[in-house]
Design a protein around this ligand. Structure first.
Ligand SMILES: [Zn+2]
Length: 462
């Protein structure tokens, strides 16, 4: 069996063939940390968490490098910091912690790598002598004629790659004709985008060949991918709204910097989440539902997770109270059936094949419904693979489907413990002390002792 995934670039479902099955690389564009995550933000986090779990199940727990970045330099962050009169780091630290706690409550494991954009602005030299970083990458693009400096800015020349627009399938001349963005005087072409821009004295900035400034958003991901994962990764993911311009720009600049090497073998995009009326959730419409709001309203992270996985990831998902109610009833029924069952390694091939077929979670969940009555142990294994919170979920002796060494144990289990702690923190925040005690007791049963202190909760093996 081969995993098949829908590649946005080819507009087709393709066999997924990683360059190196011992090191499968996936990068998903992460949050810009200046506000709380809403349920629309949670969808890619949960979808790609399931994919990462499936890849680990398929290729081995240590064979997957999943990077999800933190964008911690951005004009909205700077504005939020100015509004509060604090350093931008106060804002980014606060909302990154919120993000991790909120996603942890939904059963999202921390990724293997969480690169922070600000760590990749200046030049970096790795052990092999490879130079990476945004400033060297921009300088390289300028040297290759794919970018140009003008009035303290550096712009990417969209005419340089020769095939700009191929991911979103927008012809360049249409983009130019339709460019409604204000045309800055320093742009040669209205579709050219900013790689670098000047910072005033009170804005965060880095010294560069073009003066003190800061990077544009698109170059961040290209530089972090090059530094941490290499020139071509196996999977690049994100929400549908990132196809243009963000991913189009990432792939154009990366290809120009790397002699035409493609940025990703497969491009995956999740569909939009809309609110009951069919409107896309947006601040301007006032229909934004925060993950913390849902948790505070008493919905458990597992119920929210199930609701998010109830539609195929590429399809639009209409969010509603009714969906949450249905998901809660379904999950309660399943949990009652599997709670006392001993977890067994998942060997239901039909279930795995369904996920291998472009991550068909609605069908996988219907198989769980059948397994709950015919084979509860298999149902439990299936739910666990999908990342649902189950008692055995935090069993440190039973890690992802295989017996592992202590070292792998540390890698695989620590995120599970961290996720459990995040779920408990979220439970405490909504004053659900029964739930927080239950999680604490379960961890204690696995020999994990929690200690609550002023800096948060830490753990040790008891
Ligand atoms: Zn990105």
């Amino acid at each position: 069996m081969t995993i098949r995934l829908y590649d946005t670039m080819r507009r087709a479902k393709v066999d997924f063939v990683p360059a190196d099955p011992a090191r499968v690389t996936m990068y998903v564009c992460g949050p810009t940390v200046y506000g709380r995550a809403h349920i629309g933000n949670a969808r890619p986090a949960v979808v790609f968490d399931v994919l990462a779990r499936l890849l680990r199940h398929t290729y081995g727990p240590d064979a997957v490098v999943y990077a999800r970045n933190i964008t911690d330099i951005d004009d909205k962050i700077i504005a939020a910091a100015a509004a509060e009169g604090v350093d931008p780091k106060v804002i980014t630290d606060r909302f990154e912690a919120h993000y991790l706690a909120d996603m942890g409550a939904l059963g999202v494991q921390p990724p293997t790598l969480a690169p922070h954009a600000t760590d990749y602005v200046a030049e970096r030299v790795d052990a092999a002598g490879r130079v990476t970083g945004m400033i060297p990458m921009i300088a390289d693009l300028v040297a290759k004629g794919a970018a140009y400096a003008a009035q303290g800015h550096v712009l990417f020349d969209v005419a340089a790659p020769g095939d700009y627009g191929r991911l979103s399938r927008r012809p360049l001349d249409e983009m130019i004709a339709g460019a409604r963005v204000e045309v800055a005087p320093y742009k040669r072409n209205p579709a050219d985008f900013v790689l670098w821009k000047p910072s005033t004295a009170d804005q965060p900035g880095w010294e560069s060949p073009w003066g003190r400034g800061r990077p544009g958003w698109h170059i961040e991901c290209s530089a972090m991918i090059a530094a941490e994962l290499g020139e071509t990764i196996d999977i690049h993911g994100g929400g549908l709204d990132l196809i243009f311009p963000h991913h189009e720009n990432e792939l154009a600049q990366s290809a120009c910097a790397h002699g035409g090497a493609p940025l990703a073998r497969v491009w995956l995009h999740n569909g939009f989440l809309s609110m009951g009326g069919g409107d896309k959730m947006s601040k301007s419409l006032g229909n934004v539902v925060g993950v913390d709001d849902l948790l505070a309203a008493g919905w458990s992270g597992d119920v929210i997770r199930l609701a998010l996985l109830s539609a195929h990831y590429r399809q639009p998902l209409v969010w509603s109270e009714a969906l949450l109610e249905q998901s809660k009833a379904r999950l309660n029924r399943w949990k009652r059936a599997v709670d006392d069952v001993t977890l067994e390694p998942l060997d239901d091939l039909r279930f795995a094949a369904t996920l291998w077929d472009d991550l068909n979670t609605p069908h996988a969940l219907s198989i769980v419904s059948e397994l709950v009555s015919s084979s509860p142990a298999a149902a439990k294994g299936a739910l666990r693979l999908l990342g649902f919170y189950l008692p055995a979920h935090f069993d440190v002796s039973l890690t992802e489907e295989v017996t592992v060494s202590d070292q792998a144990n540390a890698i695989v289990c620590n995120p599970l413990v961290d996720a459990a702690i995040a779920a408990r923190t979220a439970a405490r925040a909504r004053r659900d002390f029964a739930e927080s005690d239950r999680i604490r007791d379960e961890l204690a049963g696995q020999g994990i002792v929690l200690e609550d202190g002023p800096g948060g909760t830490t753990w040790r093996r008891g």
